[in-house]
Design a protein around this ligand. Structure first.
Ligand SMILES: Cc1cc2nc3c(=O)[nH]c(=O)nc-3n(C[C@H](O)[C@H](O)[C@H](O)COP(=O)(O)OP(=O)(O)OC[C@H]3O[C@@H](n4cnc5c(N)ncnc54)[C@H](O)[C@@H]3O)c2cc1C
Ligand code: SF4
Length: 329
């Protein structure tokens, strides 16, 4: 057992002040960081509990929604406005973990949960550049069924594990961050990094920066949206592939579309090439498959995950077919 201090922040300023301590870490629901501490992957000297400081879901003046970082996953998935106006987000959250974990897990913690690469958690002999920079990557030549096919590097082929984040990527969410020097906002797509030669860094956040809220912009297209997750078990399993998509039709043509994939990269993957291929075109199975082919043209599957591009293609085609029916009905 590695000793650590525990403090409960009273507000954002208090959390940021306590978080400047060099070896401090913020504590949301603890469903990831406590496991990491048990396995000695993380060794913070102080946990700053931020669960009590920003737990409101409020509609913004421009018609969007602001979600406090301490909002529990269950509360967000059940929120009436989210269910009606951003159904892909509610469905993505409910596809993750278990009811008990969702009751504990917070929005801020979900964004910053770490990869589920088994070598990352195995401190008893596995080489992992993310956990111990410069040691190597045992997943590259090891069992890499759940690993990345896009945007990976020689140093790391891990995937980002969150379901919620895939929907947030498709919804163009904005992340509100508070640092000791002031507040800033980030486009959601800029929060998480590709591994490059620094896989130890999951995001562009500086040490001590606190996520205070997520903002969803107003979005007419999000009303006709959904999330599909393909995994090895019906529950309590991370995505092999997941798709968040929204579709707006104009007659029999696609007026607009939003797509993001989970389970394919070190970050939630916004599928800009697939979206561009679909806009203005027909909503046919051939068009859906061609769009997926454009997105996965650069895919580099590993020994055990060559099935992923085709699984992603079929998942996208099925989701878009469902949304097309909903829109035309
Ligand atoms: C068995 C199991 C199955 C799971 N299955 C899934 C799944 O299928 N899909 C899925 O998406 N997730 C899954 N999860 C992961 C779960 O969703 C995450 O553990 C959870 O979302 C993390 O939230 P938390 O509040 O508990 O974070 P914590 O564990 O408290 O923190 C996680 C990280 O976020 C940091 N942090 C927390 N709050 C803030 C903040 N406000 N600002 C800055 N940093 C912060 C912490 O310092 C830590 O580094 C599973 C977890 C378990 C244990
Ligand atoms: S894929 Fe990344 S997290 Fe997994 S062993 Fe390699 S370096 Fe570590």
């Amino acid at each position: 057992m590695t000793p650590f201090d525990y403090s409960r922040a009273t507000d954002v300023a208090d959390a940021v002040r306590l978080g400047t301590n060099r070896d401090a870490a913020f504590l949301g629901g603890g469903t990831n960081i406590v496991d990491l501490m048990r396995e000695t992957v993380a060794r913070p000297g102080r946990l700053v509990d931020v669960t009590g400081i920003s737990d409101a879901i409020t509609e913004t003046e421009d018609g969007g929604v602001r979600i406090g970082a301490s909002v529990r996953n269950t509360a967000l998935a059940a929120d009436a406005v989210i269910r009606a106006r951003y159904p892909m987000l509610s469905r993505a959250i409910l596809a993750g973990a278990s009811a008990q974990i969702r009751n504990m897990a917070t929005v801020g913690g979900n964004l910053l949960q770490r990869t589920r690469c088994t070598y990352f958690y195995d401190t008893d002999g596995s080489r992992c550049n993310k956990r111990a920079p410069g040691t190597g990557c045992d997943a590259r030549e090891g069992f890499n069924r759940i690993h990345a096919i896009l945007g990976a590097s020689d140093a790391c082929v891990a995937t980002h594990p969150s379901d919620m984040c895939v929907a947030l990527a498709a919804l163009d969410a904005v992340v509100h961050v508070q640092a000791p020097g002031g507040a800033r906002t980030l486009a959601f797509g800029d929060l998480h990094r590709l591994p490059g030669d620094r896989p130890d860094l999951d995001t562009i956040l500086e040490p001590g920066e606190l996520i205070t809220a997520i903002e969803l912009p107003p979005s007419a297209i999000a009303i006709n949206s959904t999330y599909r997750k393909v995994r090895d078990r019906a529950s309590y399993a991370f995505a092999l592939i997941s798709v968040a998509a929204a579709l707006e039709m104009d007659g029999d043509r696609i007026a607009d579309v939003r797509i993001a994939f989970g389970g394919v990269a070190h970050k939630p993957w916004r599928a800009s090439k697939a979206e561009a291929a679909l806009r203005g075109g027909p909503a046919t199975d051939a068009a859906f498959r061609a769009a997926a082919a454009a997105e996965f043209a650069d895919a580099r599957p590993l020994a055990h995950n060559a099935f992923k591009p085709e699984l992603a293609t079929r998942s996208l085609a099925a989701v878009l077919a469902d949304l097309t029916k909903g829109e035309l009905a």
